[in-house]
Design a protein around this ligand. Sequence first.
Ligand code: CA
Ligand code: CA
Length: 367
Amino acid sequence: MQLTCRTGVEPTWRAADSSRSMGTVGMSHAFGGSFMSNPRPPAPGNSAWRGALLWPLLAALLVGGVLVAWLTREHGHDAEPAVQPTESSTSPPAEAPPAAAEAITNSIGLKLVLIPPGRFLMGSPAAEPERGEDELQHEVAITRPFRMGVYEVTQEEYARVMGRNPSWFAPTGNGRDRVEKQDTRRFPVEQVSWQDAEQFCRKLSDLEAEKAAGRTYRLPTEAEWEYACRGGATAAGPFFFRKPSAALSAAQANFNGSFPYGDAAEIAGLGRTAAVGSYAPNGFGLYDLHGNVSEWCQDVYGKDYYRESPKEDPPGPKAVAGSGRVLRGGGWLNFGDNCRAADRDWLVPRQGNNGIGFRVVSPMPSP
Ligand SMILES: [Ca+2]
Ligand SMILES: [Ca+2]
């Protein structure tokens, strides 16, 4: 079912961002800085009496005052939070990504970060629990830098480009009860088919402001997605935040936390999508790779593709009638094992559901 309501919302990025940082999820990553006031030392009292005996006392008071000022200042420094917000109060500073300086915001307010070229091990090692047969581990090189959406495409961004918001978890969607009193503009768009996602990329590329900036958009290849998901980590592993993780609980990502991965604690999930960026980012500064919504990739799905794929920039198999398209990363309804970096899933390109969204990439122009 496709709803065709415009959201008709004005851009209020900052307001939406600050509400995000105050969200009920990911609070363990939230910035918990406290502010100490720096009390000034009391000013020495005035006196008209000029008795010579008072001068040493006044001098002592002055020295004491300076000493108190110095001590309280030092104390104040000690009490300052160890980590300062680097960019804005919206990003969890403890997880400040190294690539933050390379981020840009495009004409619809969509933020992208530069992903450098590199090599990585795509797929999973044979010993990784719950792995699929289609995850044969092999080395892949991404030879060109590209920009990638820091977040999944949001409802607001989607509506701005497409003129409608098909999302289930929206005031106009069937899941409105589950997001009552929530501002869903920064929630990921869902109920989008692969065809919808492709059309979004085309329409975004056709915007005058984007053309003027020389930017085009497309879905990531499956290899680009997994490379980006691993956040520059060279070691294999199922999950990647600032550091690799062998386990996943609902404190780390938005998924069905009743079925965590590894030795992680069982924590109930939200049972819905959440504002993008509510959980910790990975080493490239990307958010929600392991949850929230599964993400469409450009590629046709090929179960045995890894056996024959080129080592450099694999584009995916050729499409034939009935080909599925690749989905990556788990969503709010998935179990932990479906959220692994190497996990692969697919769906026919004309279908979508309320657990499926996407993020975009923008190739860097050739030098
Ligand atoms: Ca996701
Ligand atoms: Ca799978």
